[in-house]
Design a protein. Structure first.
Length: 251
């Protein structure tokens, strides 16, 4: 049986999932991040599958999502999309510190995963934090700068914003762009999944990134699976594959 506990770590609402008979044990820790306009409750299936494999799992609400909604729906914060991801990166050490100081983390085994916006967050966390042991990116992008350029046409009123300002905002993403410094993977196990017909986060750039790095020593433990015809939706089969990857990586 899986126990689900609602917590607030500082200002961060989270759900914590763990097998009931292991709730007091020191276990490897895995974080899973939800997508744009989602919330921690929407990724319970992913959290459940990871927890079933013997991990403590943490599902945070991103800024302006779930219990952190302010001033309307999450979809009304389009212009703050990258701020939301940056905030999750900034908050990560706080979450880690909480578990270090309370229950502990077995052998410092720390996994991160997420879907869509959460997948982008996962890649950015990999770039920022060498203490992460392993990661699985589901239909996210390791190249936020180029992805941000591609999103510009979809933002209403973008033509009225100073182009220099827009370029600065995109340049600021370079510090979290894994594609600009893929050596930061540093031989850690990382898995990517993407569907070929994803209309939200395009498949081709992520596959191109994998092809460019796969023969380098720093990427010796990076893998990629493709769902032909797959859209911007994570299937149960892909969820199981993701959880199995953590069972392999953090055993």
């Amino acid at each position: 049986m899986i126990t689900i506990t609602t917590k607030k770590i500082g200002e961060i609402p989270v759900l914590e999932l763990v097998e009931s008979d292991k709730a007091e044990n020191v276990l490897p820790l895995v974080f899973f991040y939800h997508g744009w306009t989602g919330c921690k409750e929407k990724v319970l299936t992913q959290g459940y599958e990871i927890a079933r494999r013997g991990f403590r799992v943490v599902l945070p609400d991103a800024l302006y999502h779930g219990d952190r909604l302010v001033a309307g729906k999450a979809s009304e914060h389009k212009l703050e999309f990258w701020k939301i991801i940056a905030n999750s990166i900034k908050e990560f050490p706080q979450l880690l510190a909480y578990y270090h100081e309370t229950i502990g983390i077995e052998d410092e085994k720390i996994g991160v995963s997420g879907l869509s916006m959460g997948g982008i967050t996962t890649c950015a966390l990999l770039r920022a934090y060498p203490q992460i042991t392993a990661a699985v990116c589901l239909m996210g992008s390791p190249a936020p700068c180029s992805f941000a350029h591609g999103l510009l046409h979809a933002i209403p009123g973008i033509e009225d914003i100073d182009p220099a300002y827009v370029e600065k905002q995109i340049k600021d993403l370079e510090v979290i762009d894994l594609s600009l410094n893929p050596q930061k993977i540093a031989s850690r196990p990382v898995h990517f999944w993407h569907g070929t017909d994803d209309a939200t986060v395009p498949y081709a750039p992520t596959k191109k990134f994998f092809e460019q790095i796969k023969n380098h020593s720093y990427a010796e433990n990076v893998t990629f699976t493709t769902t032909k015809g797959g859209t911007h939706k994570v299937s149960y089969e892909t969820t199981v594959e993701m959880a199995d990857k953590f069972a392999e990586y953090l055993a």
